[in-house]
Design a protein around this ligand. Sequence first.
Ligand code: MN
Ligand code: MN
Length: 367
Amino acid sequence: MSHIEKVQQWLAKKNFDIAYISDYKNIAYFTGFESDPIERTLALFIFPNHEPFIFAPALEVESVKEAGWKYPVYGYLDHENPYALIKSHIEKITHDPEKWAIEKGNLTVERYEAIKAQYPNANFVGDLTPLIQKEKLIKTPEEIQKLEVAGKWADFAFQVGFNALKQGRTEQDIVAEIQYALMKKGIMHMSFDTIIQSGANAADPHGAPKQDLLKPNEMVLFDLGVVYQGYISDATRTVAFGKISDKAKEIYDVCLEAQLTAQAAVKPGIKASELDKIARNIIDKAGYGKYFIHRLGHGMGQSEHEFPSIMEGNDMELEPGMCFSIEPGIYIPGFAGVRIEDCVHVTENGCEPFTHTSKELKEIPLD
Ligand code: MN
Ligand code: MN
């Protein structure tokens, strides 16, 4: 059953007349057409017993067709009122739908009021957000294949980045080298701003790369990922740039043990919270628990903000096809930060990572 058919079935079961999908990432999920319309209106309408349609800015209509969408697509020009036009297209299918399902997690108040003005007596109680989040939990084989390709490009990016580490260069220089090499290979978008942090800078888990020179005999943290056909990669490696201290080695080893142990424990039926606990116990026992200041991992697919969340309190049992990161970190302010991250997909008896760059501590010579 297609993703759209699942929504149709849900609408019929819940007695809704229409679904209005507004999140462009979700439109891509259902239709294969991805474009961020910014302030313009892009919408997908799904009906329980009728074919769906896309409503798009006129300048996008041809791209929708090229993406393989086999149902109607209607365009509008910038000076037209999109919501009045939407109403005219809906009227061809169903007269004044009363019960609407919308994405409460995405539809802006402005857009909600605009559609409500066209249908003042309708009620907008249905919420598609949890339904779509649940549907996205289990990736199809086609989605997993794209995630694997995105992972291969992250591995490529690590190699470029490791080779670029040289004295006299800055963190930002390394970001530039990586993204230049990827763009020359046709990978035009990173899944988030590449993080390169040297020495104590890495103690800030979400810090941006600086113009600071790479510090010799310190660790360097790389957190990066690319977008491939609408699907992302996300991986972290921390390497030694020259000879690092015993204490730095120690936190690296603890973090690595936590990452490997949690990754080895992934299998259908284990709870998300249990994985977090496995990694956290190892870091706690080594005395660094207070420096592991985030959840173990997050779901991923089209973005790095999906489900399941791998954290305390989430007792969801893992199933084949779920995709998420395993990324323990130890961040000691003023000293250093280590994070090691792979994203994996759950298989019938374990998991497979999307990235394969070695996690053994890599020492990069200073010259
Ligand atoms: Mn990451
Ligand atoms: Mn991540």
